[in-house]
Design a protein around this ligand. Sequence first.
Ligand code: NAD
Length: 272
Amino acid sequence: MIDVTLNTGAAMPQLGFGVWQVPDEDATTAVAAALDAGYRSIDTARVYENETGTGRALRESGIARSELFVTTKLWNSDQGFDEALRAFDASLDRLGLEYVDLYLIHWPVPEQDKYVESWKAMERLHAEGRAKAIGVSNFSEKTLGRLLSEADVVPAVNQIELHPRLAQKRMRGLDAEHGIRTEAWSPLGQGKDLLQEPVLAEIGAAHGKSPAQVVLRWHLQSGNVVIPKSVTPARIKENIDVFDFELSEDEVRRVDGLDTGARLGPDPDQMN
Ligand code: NAD
């Protein structure tokens, strides 16, 4: 497993496990399988309604807290200074943890215009050491620019939709300019038709790897943090078995060629 260094100085595993759409009652089994397979970073959110099941797996694993990297997120309806502080306490309670490694604003929701206020609360949580790092998700050039002009703490991470069909070259460049690490959500394109692209199978065959593993390798070699999701034990293992091969420069370029700019999720500047 490879770590990246955040602008706080903390190490974050470059590959983690996402639990969107995993029901709370299944989250404990899925997260336990991921920890067993060697994942140490888990990405949840208040709106996924599985912080309780996720936290249970973390505690029952017996793995030292310092070895784990736990991310959760502030939901849109909890934005605002006091609301964010309360929502954070509730998330920590459900997780059964004393701190999280990363707390993210899930969506900027420009229309409600509360993300700067919310960020001020996150800065307090960071100063208190209860959120070791704070960051954002789904921030664009516009919303990130505004946040940076009002922030005391530069976000450690911007978690955005990012996969070969939506390579986000410009946003990744902007994040990097500010020392913000780009984290890819839906890194496998949600397992939909992206994984059927013949070029991924061809490259995979040359390495004895699957299309999903080729995509994850493309992310790692592009410098992205990735958090693939699966509830299938064999796929959970497959998705972390990507540290024993490397794509050539030509293979990276061929995967780069899949970029059409097509989103699976909403445009973050429009999402309310
Ligand atoms: P993903 O790109 O990780 O795809 C997951 C799906 O791909 C699985 O449900 C499965 O159908 C398929 N899959 C997984 N492994 C496979 C394999 N080895 N071979 C073939 N198919 C495979 O999609 P995701 O869950 O949307 O994104 C990952 C994580 O990102 C989420 O769980 C969540 O933690 C995070 N996320 C964040 C946001 C945000 O707004 N911040 C939005 C979406 C997702």
